[in-house]
Write a protein that binds this ligand. Sequence first.
Ligand SMILES: NC(=O)c1ccc[n+]([C@@H]2O[C@H](COP(=O)([O-])OP(=O)(O)OC[C@H]3O[C@@H](n4cnc5c(N)ncnc54)[C@H](OP(=O)(O)O)[C@@H]3O)[C@@H](O)[C@H]2O)c1
Length: 335
Amino acid sequence: MSINKQILLAKRPEGTPDKDTFKFAETDIKKPENGEVLIRTIYVSVDPYMRGRMVDAPSYVPPYQIDDVLGGGAIGEVVESKSSQFAIGDIVLGSYGWQSYYTAKEDEVRKIDKDIAPISTHLGILGMPGLTAYFGLLDIGKPKEGETVVISGAAGAVGSVVGQIAKIKGAHVVGIAGTDEKNQYLKEELHFDETINYKTTSNLQEDIAKACPNGVDVYFDNVGGEISDAVHSNLNKYARISICGAISSYNLEGEDIGPRIQTTLIKKSVLMQGFTLGDFADRFAEGSKALAQWLQEDKLKYEETIKEGFDKIPEAFLDLFEGNNIGKLLVKVDE
Ligand SMILES: NC(=O)c1ccc[n+]([C@@H]2O[C@H](COP(=O)([O-])OP(=O)(O)OC[C@H]3O[C@@H](n4cnc5c(N)ncnc54)[C@H](OP(=O)(O)O)[C@@H]3O)[C@@H](O)[C@H]2O)c1
């Protein structure tokens, strides 16, 4: 247990990252000092936004530097404590990223409740993706009963929660995802009303029109690009578009040029708003409480795609761009 395994940014990717983007390293474990805890990592999160941090450009989170550990959500167990706030055995959440051990200052991590659901859910439905779905849909999309909500990236960590919350609110819910297996899951397990496989459809715009006989009132956009172009052509008057992500463009070099949308927005009086979860930081307690309650009442279900082994982390990250996940993609690095 004297060695800390880490994964560093080896070089900035051009286009889709590959194995040369990452570098494995080992360092000594730092003994905790007063006010610190040593954490043994159990789960590491891989998230699409990490691709953005590999680019040396200003954003809402600072870019990774070359030879930095790839920072991001992680859950671990406290194995040594020099803090009065944490005991050995506590399970904590932090954003210290892709490393097998981490010596944290006590304000860098927070204890998570082991009793509500498996601890991994704090990186998924009860964590950042779940909160993103909650605020992005309810505060920006504002679905009303009987309205139609369309979600792209519908079978992923965020999208699968958005659709279920939209169902709770009484909406007609249409999910767009990249495999038949995902769409079957959305319909049969999560009770989405309609689903569309964007990879096999011959006319996405027409399929959206068929799945949304009353038009689209809310579009929760996780992917951008041509999928969103097809949704935009089906918008109703006063529709709301919640721009959560644009994963279809994250590996593009240069600008992502598409149809100009201004005229559509004007003609239909559409409201389009981008957001990051941090915009809602002062209301996380509200979102966490609602998600935990719905989960306990069986109104929300979740799926996780879990890879095993520290060495699998880069591969798991790349899987996000291949669509190899249903629900939240995680790597379990230790028991
Ligand atoms: N604004 C915020 O604060 C915030 C917070 C969290 C996440 N996000 C964004 O929300 C989106 C979803 O994140 P997530 O964590 O829930 O990831 P996710 O949906 O669990 O995983 C990514 C999924 O994106 C789809 N995808 C990949 N490449 C694509 C492409 N070229 N075109 C269309 N779909 C593609 C794949 O599903 P298919 O098989 O369906 O293609 C893949 O499974 C991302 O864009 C992410 O950046 C934003």
